[in-house]
Design a protein around this ligand. Structure first.
Ligand code: NDP
Ligand code: 2IT
Length: 443
């Protein structure tokens, strides 16, 4: 099989879905040379099947705003692959949500969930609903209308959604409440639930914490640690804030945070108190980071990105394609030694290639941010057992899972003297799902 022929077919079948093309190209560029050594994969058309979702559900979501006006949004669930477990993946509520975005996220989730060592298939969903500026009642109305339709397609052994951009504790709680009302049962059909109704300790922190644990694993291969490292973090949401707090606790200097209104720069590093304050400020939806600059003694830059600031490690934790080839060159020129992705596909393919070519430590999102979904898997286990583990227990399991993901990347990503984490994550993630698909026959 040849990369250009494969991508030609995929682009023809999925016109205009650029983010989906990008995510597939990045994976198959490393998987095709591996799969070509084993005719069984090509005979069974495994890569064609892995790049075609099992099904896509698209529905109308009709709800009333604060003035009683009728509003209409589009809801989606892309059930990508359930070869190794029930469909599992987040919901995104953002103005920019499209089928291309959800297909790229669902596709990445296949490999990420495989790497976690837990039995989870892949999915992604969401809506073009924009929660910004909406009241709690509007968000509740929307979540109830969205779940009324989605509830037909999910279930604790079928498909278990969770959060993503624009879907946090508040939205998961409203969605859970509506499912419970419709079905009359109390079941673990979502993860990221509140601790008083079936949530797992550490789930809210897990993506950010896991990303930092992955960075520590990568650094240890070069005899390095986080101590004293200047870390540029982008985003100021769930993933970014818990990554930043964990970094500060580990002795690193968090020099940036960002949101849609620009970025904050603290050359000496934010203190743990300042980060806790920033987290409260964003969680209370009081405004953009600009309004916080004086309180945390930082400079605010309404234009530009954190990647312009000198740093030792970059943690892109906001959104896809937020780090371009130009940004990558800037980071490398400033001496950046490692990039560890908390977001999904934050680096464009040319940016990722620049990091790989430079030989710096580069942990792609599907490996480095898998701690979130892994802890969702631990939440599912606790729900099935009708018990709750301690915080220490879940955190220890999360660390072990991130170490195992790192080990899988090292095993399959050998590249000269170093490790190509992109290749390692893609091949390790592929093998488990592909072999399950082969075993199931032509389904
Ligand atoms: P949140 O909604 O909590 O936070 C997103 C942050 O990114 C916000 O600070 C937001 O700014 C910023 N942001 C979003 N879009 C843009 C944009 N176009 N330009 C600039 N800044 C932007 O989401 P999460 O933290 O949950 O998700 C962040 C990333 O991590 C996503 O890529 C997601 O897919 C990924 N991820 C999330 C996991 C999870 O468990 N939540 C698990 C694995 C990956 P503002 O504050 O102004 O809205
Ligand atoms: O991208 C992701 O892995 C998530 N948004 C978390 C998914 C989950 O099911 O916990």
């Amino acid at each position: 099989m040849n990369l250009d022929d494969f991508m030609g077919g995929l682009v023809r079948r999925n016109p205009g879905q650029e983010e989906f093309h990008q995510a597939v190209r990045e994976v198959v560029a490393s998987v095709i040379p591996y799969a070509n050594q084993y005719p069984k994969y090509e005979r069974a058309r495994i890569l064609e099947r892995m790049t075609e979702p099992d099904r896509i559900i698209i529905f109308r979501v009709c709800w009333a705003d604060r003035d009683g006006n009728v509003r209409v949004n589009r809801g989606y669930r892309v059930q990508f692959n359930n070869a190794i477990g029930p469909y599992k993946g987040g919901l995104r509520f953002d103005r920019t949500v499209s089928l291309s975005i959800l297909k790229f996220l669902g596709f990445e989730q296949t490999f990420k969930n495989s790497l976690t060592t837990l039995p989870m298939g892949s999915a992604k969903g969401g809506s073009d609903f924009n929660p910004r500026g909406k009241t709690d009642v509007e968000v509740m109305n929307f979540c109830q209308a969205f779940m009324t339709e989605l509830s037909r397609y999910i279930g604790k052994d079928v498909d278990i959604p969770a959060g993503d951009i624009g879907v946090g504790a508040r939205e998961i709680s409203y969605l859970f409440g509506q499912y419970k009302r419709l079905s009359g049962e109390f079941a673990g059909i979502l993860t990221g639930k509140g601790l008083s109704f079936g949530g797992s300790p550490v789930r809210i922190e897990a993506t950010g914490y896991g990303c930092v644990y992955f960075a520590e694993e990568m650094l240890s291969t070069r005899g390095e640690s986080l101590e004293g490292k200047r870390c540029a973090v982008s985003g100021a949401g769930n993933v970014a804030m818990y990554a930043a707090c964990k970094l500060a606790a580990a002795g690193a200097k968090v020099v940036t945070l960002s949101d849609r209104g620009g970025f904050l720069h603290s050359p000496g590093g934010f203190t743990e108190e300042q980060l806790a304050h920033a987290m409260d400020y964003k969680a209370s939806r009081r405004g953009d980071l600009a309004g916080l600059a004086d309180e945390v003694a930082a400079e605010h830059h309404p234009d530009g990105k954190p990647w312009a600031v000198p740093c030792d490690i970059a943690f892109p934790c906001a959104t896809q394609n937020e780090l371009t080839q130009r940004d990558a060159r800037r980071l490398l020129k400033n001496g950046c030694q490692a990039v560890c992705e908390g977001a999904n596909m934050p680096s464009t393919n040319p940016a990722a290639d620049a990091f790989r070519k430079a030989g710096i430590l580069y942990g792609p999102g599907k490996a480095a941010n898998a701690g979130g979904v892994a802890t969702s898997g631990l939440e599912m286990t606790q729900n099935a057992m009708h018990l709750t583990w301690s915080r220490e227990d879940v955190d220890r399991r999360l660390r072990e899972i991130m170490a195992s993901i790192h080990a899988q990347c090292v095993e399959h990503g050998q590249d000269g003297d170093g490790v190509d984490y992109v290749k390692g994550a893609n091949i390790a993630g592929f093998i488990k799902v592909a072999d399950a698909m082969l075993a199931h026959g032509m389904v």
